[in-house]
Design a protein around this ligand. Structure first.
Ligand SMILES: Cc1cc2nc3c(=O)[nH]c(=O)nc-3n(C[C@H](O)[C@H](O)[C@H](O)COP(=O)(O)OP(=O)(O)OC[C@H]3O[C@@H](n4cnc5c(N)ncnc54)[C@H](O)[C@@H]3O)c2cc1C
Ligand code: SF4
Length: 321
């Protein structure tokens, strides 16, 4: 079996003297999608990423045999990833008094149906969002087609369908379980995943899934990028347009605003290697530094027009982000 590896595109030189059409803070899923959308429409974009540049070709080792890994894929001694069940038998804060030096949280959950968006109407708890699933659906459809999502349509109101590619097959036992539970009105469905099983012809950096079940193998990540990752799924194609410039080691600490209009005009950042301060100029600033960091960046961006930080006139920026 051939492992498809296409070299990353050549990087553009950063020019901090020019005003970019947009500057994006963060190169994750949100920043990558913003870069893809803007650069394919011809905008000149600068992306600032706090982290260092990683050679992802060396970082991702899903082709590695378990016995080639010193711990057969397990984390180093002293590290522990909490399982879902531990949250039901332990009391918070979960890492306190742990025998492990490093404790990682469990991240899970499904969302994105009107059971979430219209929770108050549904069960009386929380507040209804001002948008419904139908408002987001056209955008989800675009993302599904661009990235490739595998799964089976089930018409479940609490788990809306995507425009799916072929699902990974259920095993014989799983098929039996699906058939048995169907009689009880319950649904067993293959895991819905951001994995392209049919391939995405518009992206030369990604291959279709080999179905090796190696997604969970640590150190994580898919060598052939069948499983979505922001660099190959979004950022390399954006670089191919010739419109994306990336600066790594760049920690944004303030959204700069025009003193006359109060509108964003750029980003102040520090180089994590040299500790020197810089400014990047842009007509539009996109904050995509993850939920908490984005809120922190907005709160740090105080000026006479925004004395409590940007977007915080109500004092609830961190809560609403
Ligand atoms: C362990 C784990 C497993 C997950 N599994 C799944 C899954 O299977 N399916 C799924 O759909 N979702 C999954 N998620 C959730 C998903 O990864 C996140 O929702 C998504 O990555 C959020 O994207 P983002 O762009 O908002 O933030 P991120 O991907 O976190 O990107 C933010 C980027 O901004 C950079 N940054 C932060 N601060 C600054 C700054 N001041 N200046 C410059 N750059 C900055 C960061 O270095 C980072 O690169 C998982 C999350 C975790 C933690
Ligand atoms: S997405 Fe497919 S090819 Fe990639 S690691 Fe998972 S099983 Fe393997």
């Amino acid at each position: 079996m051939t492992l498809v590896r296409v070299a990353p595109p050549l990087a553009q030189d950063v020019d901090l003297s020019k005003t970019y059409d947009a500057v994006i803070v963060g190169s994750g899923a949100a920043g990558g999608m913003a870069a893809h959308v803007l650069t394919t429409r011809g905008l000149k974009v600068l992306m600032l990423e706090a982290g260092k540049k990683l050679p992802i070709e060396q970082e991702l080792r899903s082709m590695q045999w378990p016995y080639d890994h010193p711990r057969r894929g397990d984390a180093p001694p002293g590290y522990h990833s909490l399982s879902f069940n531990e949250y039901t038998i332990r009391t918070p804060p979960y890492a306190k008094n742990s025998t492990f030096k490093h404790v990682m949280s469990y991240v899970g959950g499904w969302g994105g149906s009107d059971y979430d968006f219209k929770g108050k109407t549904h069960d009386g708890y929380g507040d209804d969002w001002p948008i419904a699933y139908a408002d987001l659906e056209p955008y989800y459809d675009k993302v599904d087609l661009y990235l490739g999502i595998s799964g089976v349509k089930e018409n479940l109101p609490h788990l809306p369908d995507s425009l799916f590619q072929r699902p990974n097959k259920l095993t014989f036992g799983e098929v039996k379980l699906r058939e048995s539970l169907k009689k009880m009105g319950r649904v067993v469905t293959p895991y819905r995943a951001g994995v392209t099983t049919d391939g995405v012809k518009h992206n030369r950096y990604r291959s279709k899934c080999y179905g090796r079940g190696a997604c969970d193998r640590r150190p994580g990540g898919c060598d052939i990028h069948a499983a979505f990752d922001s660099p190959t799924g979004l950022i390399y194609p954006a670089m191919d347009t010739g419109n994306l410039t990336i600066r790594t080691n760049s920690i944004a600490h303030e959204v700069l605003v025009d003193s006359n209009t109060g509108k964003a005009r750029g980003i102040a950042f520090i180089d994590s290697a040299t500790h020197k301060s810089y400014e990047a100029k842009a007509k539009v600033v996109i904050v995509a530094a993850s939920t908490l960091e984005s809120a922190r960046l907005l709160l740090l961006s105080r000026s006479s027009q925004h004395p409590n930080g940007i977007g915080n006139s109500s004092g609830t920026t961190s809560a609403s982000t």
